[in-house]
Every structure is written in structure tokens, then in C-alpha cells.
Design a protein around this ligand. Structure first.
Ligand code: NAD
Ligand code: UDP
Ligand code: UDP
Length: 323
């Protein structure tokens, strides 16, 4: 419980990360306003919070203006899975750019601190490894991932311009692949795909030869990083990388999931999507130094907890998408 009770807006609050963040903020004693258009978010992610008097939910698309009175804003609204953000790429750019303008306009009017959920994807297919915040990236501006990558890059630009031009108190975190309970079984991201496939006894779909690398952060660690960043001194604007620097090939992740689920699933190859980054791993020196933050949960422990969630989820819904 923090000493100061704040009114906090979480956009994208019914999504995977947003629901964990709302839960944490309520636990810390704050009033939470969850704003979501339920494109990829689900009511079931926040159902357990609904009865709490300090929790409020608003169905709203942040590409439209929003007039509320709050002390802090976490701007998470944006589909994060490549499958979802490529479904309607124009809307993805709109939510990233127009959504950021609206939330920055709101922050400016009410004097709120505002944190942007940026992404490792702004580094594109990186030529520098591991990625530090001063690396400017290698994004294909014309490819199928560009709506997300360039949208998020433009959002970062807007954050820094609102800070310089209008003195808005900004924080920008660049999130690397994060996983955990409440990832949707059909979200399309690699951890949820592999666990759902393994539990259903289906073959795990490896895109390409599986040698591409990622570094996976457990959700609770990431939320600790969000809070540390928001609570930091206003001079700490970022961008700051948040992620787990334990890097592994996608094929190794598949093997771990099969082991931990004790599944009889095999592995099948699928074509590598265009512009899929070959390697990705955060350098978190800055987060360690500025925020005294580093991830605590090992991949094995995080996968166990996520597998337990998926076991319940798949048993309850028998694979049918829930509300
Ligand atoms: P998610 O898809 O589960 O959550 C996104 C939420 O935003 C959903 O609830 C969705 O309904 C909502 N949303 C989408 N468009 C909206 C709009 N126009 N107005 C209001 N709400 C809208 O994804 P997530 O993994 O929870 O990601 C949350 C944020 O973190 C995103 O901004 C994403 O880019 C960023 N991020 C996540 C990861 C990760 O590994 N999870 C990595 C990098 C960045
Ligand atoms: N905005 C909003 N909520 C507010 C204040 C502003 O949604 O409480 C939106 C507003 O619609 C505007 C955007 O944020 O389009 C940017 O606001 P800003 O004040 O920076 O720009 P201006 O209103 O001058 O265009
Ligand atoms: N991937 C895979 N099989 C899947 C889903 C994803 O091999 O069923 C790969 C994907 O090609 C990428 C990595 O796993 O190399 C991570 O993909 P994800 O969509 O989770 O996130 P990204 O880091 O690409 O945004």
C-alpha cells in the first residue's frame, strides 16, 4: 500500500498486461479507471476486479478524445500480437499515433504523469545485439510489421515533443517479449501458441528453423518495472528497456514447453513471417541503474505458472474463445 492514493487511468486495461497492472494498482490502494475497446482484451481478464469500489471500467476507443480527471496514465491500448496488429494495420497506426495524441492531450490538460508502453519492436530486425536504448533500430517502414513498429516509434516522438513543448511529465518503457497468465490461448504469440498446442496434444508450430532468438520476461516482473518507472523522479523520462535478458532460440522454447507440459506433441515447421527479427535481447543496464529493477522469475518458473493458467482456461472453455 503506497502512502498516496492516486486516480490512475490504464488504457488497454482489459488486455494481458493491462489486467495485471489494474490488479497491482488496486492492491497498492489506488483508484483505477480501466479504458478498453475490447478489441483483444476480455472482460474475463478483469472479472475478478469488477466488484471492487475503487475499480471502474469504460468501453472507449482511445482514437477518440477522452475527458476524465486522473493523476497518472498508463497508455497500453494497442494490439500487441503480430496476428492482431496486422488484422487492421490502419487502425494499429491510428491507435498508436492518434491514441497517443489524445492521451498526451489529456495528460497536458490535467497535469498527469503518463507512461507509454513502447516496444522492442522499435528496434526492428536489430543489427546491434543486445539492444541498448541508444540504438536507433532497423525497421522496414513498408513491411507488414510497420504499422506497429512505426506507429510506436511515432508515439515515442510525440511523447518527447509533448515533454519539450508542453512540459508533460512522460515516461517511455520499451517492453521486450512478456508472457504469463491471461495471454489468450489464440492470441497468436509464441508462448501462448506453444503452450496451447502442447496441452491439446497438437504439434508445436515453429516458424522458420527456430534459430531466431527472443528473451522472455514474466509478467509480474514487468509490472514491477512499470511501477518503478512511474514512481521514479520526473527527470527519468526513458526510453528504458524492460525485459528479461535470458535469450533463447524459439526451438529451445518449444522443447521446454513440451518437457514442462509432459506433452507427446511433436514439432512442425511453418514459413518464417516477413521481417521476423532474427535475434532480440534487451540490455537492461539502464533499468538496473535508474530503477534498481531486474527480473526475478526464471523461465522455468514463469512457464509453470503460465501452463497452470492455460490448463484451467482450456478445461473451462474447451478451447472456445471466452468473453
Ligand atoms: P493485449 O492485446 O492483450 O492488450 C491490448 C489491449 O488494448 C486490449 O485490451 C485491447 O482491447 C486494447 N485496445 C486495443 N485498441 C484499443 C483502442 N483503440 N482503444 C482502447 N483500447 C484498445 O496486449 P498486451 O500484451 O497486454 O500489450 C499491452 C501493451 O504493451 C501494448 O501497447 C503493446 O504494444 C505493449 N507491448 C507488449 C509486449 C508484450 O510482450 N506483451 C511487448 C511490447 C510491447
Ligand atoms: N484531448 C483529450 N482529452 C483531454 C484533452 C485533450 O482527449 O482531456 C485530446 C484532444 O481532443 C486533442 C488531443 O487530445 O485532439 C491533443 O490535445 P492538445 O491540447 O495537445 O491539442 P489541441 O487540442 O490543441 O489540438
Ligand atoms: N513463432 C513461432 N511459432 C508460433 C508463433 C511465433 O515460431 O506459433 C516465432 C515468431 O516467428 C517469432 C517468435 O516466435 O520469431 C516470437 O513471436 P511472437 O509473435 O510471440 O512475438 P514477436 O517477438 O515476433 O513480436
Amino acid at each position: 500500500m503506497t502512502s498516496l492514493r492516486k486516480r490512475v487511468l490504464v488504457t488497454g486495461g482489459a488486455g494481458f498486461l493491462g489486467s495485471h497492472l489494474c490488479e497491482r494498482l488496486l492492491r497498492d490502494g489506488h483508484d483505477v479507471l480501466c479504458v478498453d475497446n475490447f478489441f483483444t482484451g476480455r472482460k474475463s481478464n478483469i472479472a475478478h476486479l469488477m466488484g471492487q469500489p475503487r475499480f471502474e471500467v469504460m468501453r472507449h476507443d482511445i482514437t477518440f478524445p477522452l475527458y476524465v480527471e486522473v493523476d497518472e496514465i498508463y497508455n497500453l491500448a494497442c494490439p500487441a500480437s503480430p496476428v492482431h496488429y496486422q488484422f487492421d494495420p490502419v487502425q494499429t497506426t491510428k491507435v498508436s499515433v492518434i491514441g497517443a495524441i489524445n492521451m498526451l492531450g489529456l495528460a497536458k490538460r490535467v497535469g498527469a504523469r503518463i507512461l507509454q508502453a513502447s516496444t522492442s519492436e522499435i528496434y526492428g530486425d536489430p543489427t546491434v545485439h543486445p539492444q541498448r536504448e541508444d540504438y536507433r533500430g532497423n525497421v522496414n517502414p513498408l513491411g507488414p510489421r510497420a504499422c506497429y513498429d512505426e506507429g510506436k516509434r511515432c508515439a515515442e516522438t510525440l511523447f518527447f515533443d509533448y515533454a519539450r513543448q508542453h512540459k508533460v511529465k512522460i515516461r517511455v518503457v520499451r517492453i521486450f517479449n512478456t508472457y504469463g497468465p491471461r495471454l489468450h490461448p489464440s492470441d497468436g504469440r509464441v508462448v501462448s501458441n506453444f503452450i496451447a498446442q502442447a496441452l491439446r496434444g497438437e504439434d508445436l508450430t515453429i516458424y522458420g528453423d527456430g534459430s531466431q532468438t527472443r528473451a522472455f520476461c514474466y509478467v509480474d516482473d514487468l509490472i514491477d518495472g512499470f511501477i518503478a518507472m512511474m514512481d521514479a523522479d520526473d527527470s527519468v523520462t526513458g526510453p528504458v528497456n524492460l525485459g528479461n535478458p535470458h535469450e533463447i532460440p524459439v526451438l529451445t522454447l518449444a522443447e521446454r514447453v513440451v518437457e514442462l507440459t509432459r506433452s507427446s506433441s511433436g514439432i512442425v515447421r511453418r514459413p518464417l513471417p516477413q521481417d521476423d527479427p532474427v535475434q532480440r535481447c534487451p540490455d537492461i543496464t539502464l533499468a538496473r541503474g535508474l530503477l534498481n529493477w531486474s527480473p526475478k522469475v526464471s523461465l522455468e518458473e514463469g512457464l509453470r505458472r503460465t501452463i497452470a493458467y492455460f490448463q484451467d482456461e482450456l478445461a473451462e472453455k474447451s478451447g472456445v474463445q471466452g468473453e
